[in-house]
Design a binder for this molecule. Sequence first.
Ligand SMILES: Nc1ncnc2c1ncn2[C@@H]1O[C@H](COP(=O)(O)OP(=O)(O)OP(=O)(O)O)[C@@H](O)[C@H]1O
Ligand SMILES: [Mg+2]
Length: 322
Amino acid sequence: MATFDVSVVGELNLDLIFYGLPEKLELEREHLANDLSITLGSSSAIFTHNFTLLGNKAGFSSSIGSDPFGEICLQRLGECGVDLSHVRKFKGKTTGLTVILPQRKQRYILTYPGTMHEMSLKDLDLSYVFSAKHLHVSSYFLHKALRPDMIELFRRAKEAGLTTSLDTNDDPEGRWSTDILLLLKYVDILLPNENEACKIARTGDVNQAADSLSQKVPLVVIKRGSQGAVLREGKNKLSGFPPITDMVDAVGAGDSFDAGFIHQFIRGAKIEDCLKFANIIGALSVTRAGGTEAFRDAKHRESFLNKYWHTAPGAAPRSARI
Ligand SMILES: Nc1ncnc2c1ncn2[C@@H]1O[C@H](COP(=O)(O)OP(=O)(O)OP(=O)(O)O)[C@@H](O)[C@H]1O
Ligand SMILES: [Mg+2]
């Protein structure tokens, strides 16, 4: 029996989100934000946090430095019941940090990688990682030390009987090197956004990217912001839209979408329902600051789910872990 529903291997940092800055930032001028959110960041941690609050059990293999920011991250994850026994503390190192400057519908994202560049395969307890039904990895390009062994990690996960998913997120170097194509051999669900899918597939067209990537993985789901997502499962083509909501910011919407999709996938839900639920969870994320605030507010989360998720009783999470 697997201990966890999902095992997540990945990065852990806070997001500092500055709202209301002028669109054009000038050197040597003092620019004032009109609001600030200091919140749990990083794709892997947002996924783990929200997946847990949907009523699942997640194992989390990650790292922090010996600074207070790392401790705040742990506190946020601990509050929602994530198992923190395998978050390593690298002495004398600094936890990563991301500063986000939203601008209308887009945003600047500045990340200091810190310990996310340090964690390697030898830092992982593989018996812990594989004691789950499913392995999820995000931010492939940020895992500098782990990346050379990512194929080995996924290959062994498959060997251990886990299903797998990958959300690449952006490549900060903009190289989109082809090593990722070798990894796809061991990926069951690929969850990039539109831009990332096009870069991996080396095309400018999202449908072409979907068609091309669907020849490499059993299931590809491409996120398209307020336009929802397109999915390919072999020759089966689907698209789905999120409910229209008031948006605070779209930080972590993709990771929340992933959490919703995997929540249904590991329950053996129909692929249409995985997509529908994922879009609802992605939309929930944009209703509050950052990637986790909409989920931490149990009342808000539950009423959103009750409003938009109408399927068979028991198919959707109705109660929180908190
Ligand atoms: N404005 C919006 N209104 C409603 N839902 C949204 C909106 N923006 C995003 N979503 C939902 O969130 C999902 C993921 O969005 P997005 O395309 O921003 O992913 P991403 O770029 O991977 O995000 P991330 O910043 O987390 O990496 C969408 O497919 C959709 O379901
Ligand atoms: Mg993303």
